[in-house]
Write a protein that binds this ligand. Structure first.
Ligand code: 13P
Length: 253
């Protein structure tokens, strides 16, 4: 059985005070309501990571992730955050290659492969994102593009390293639009991704890699999406900013 994971990507939202209240609400609700061994990760903006680690403490079953890291280890890269810095904060996860990073910050496959390496070298688990824009899906090229994204970002790894990766499939046309992939669209793409990983790393490794779905996951569609054979949980944007919605999504996993 693969680990079920529900991760919240807060993106560039919340003040410190809002982040603290949301975290406090989540700690309480998760403790009272969430059973089973679903892994819960929240990814706040960088400035809140350190404080959130201590707010969560050792007891809370919520883990923390960053939303990005630099491909460089250190140096004159104003405004950037290195994987080694995240390691020094005790952050276990980092999102790499989110479509917003690819689209607005023009991050390339080569750069993302370097970020993956930097994260792994520092003991962080990458949540590696892939997914196609609407025009690519309409042209019928979504499988080709997503396979290429996986190749560029992950195919240089060895099998042991691949086992540390979490993949997130997020069709760009479903992000923040309220338009969710149907269960058959999600399952189809997740199975394409798993097969592609199996062809490169072997079936045993591919079976271990959690593949999360992202794109307008909400309390009313989470259960259906998470019931697909190759969907191992979700990467949740907007709904992760509302404690009640996020906890209901966690409970669906
Ligand atoms: P939404 O859940 O707001 O569509 O965002 C998905 C996402 O991009 C998570 O990384």
């Amino acid at each position: 059985m693969r680990q079920k994971i529900v991760a919240g990507n807060w993106k560039m939202n919340t003040t410190l005070q809002e982040a603290q209240s949301l975290t406090a609400e989540l700690i309480g609700m998760v403790a009272d309501e969430v059973q089973g061994d679903v892994k819960i990760i929240i990814c706040p903006p960088f400035p809140y990571l350190y404080g959130m680690k201590s707010q969560l403490g050792k007891a809370a079953r919520i883990e923390v992730g960053a939303q990005n890291c630099s491909e460089h280890a250190s140096g004159a890269y104003t405004g950037e955050v290195a994987a080694g810095m995240l390691k020094s904060l005790g952050i276990p996860y980092v999102i790499i290659g989110h479509s917003e990073r690819r689209q607005y910050f023009l991050e390339t496959g080569k750069q993302l492969a370097q970020k993956v390496d930097g994260a792994l070298a520092n003991g962080l688990k990458p949540i590696f994102c892939c997914g196609e824009p609407l025009e690519v899906r309409e042209a019928g090229d979504h499988e080709i593009l997503v396979k290429r994204q996986i190749e560029e970002g992950l195919f240089h790894l060895n099998t042991e390293a691949m086992k540390k990766i979490v993949v997130a499939y997020e069709p760009v046309w479903a992000i923040g639009t309220g338009k969710t992939a149907t269960t058959s669209q999600a399952q189809e793409m997740h199975s394409v991704i798993r097969k592609h990983l199996a062809d490169k790393f072997g079936a045993e490794t591919a079976e271990l890699v959690p593949i999360l779905y992202g794109g307008s996951v909400k309390p009313d569609n989470a259960q259906e999406l998470f019931s697909c054979a190759d969907v191992d949980g979700g990467l949740v944007g907007g709904a992760s900013l509302k404690s009640r919605d996020f906890v209901e999504i966690i409970k669906s996993a």
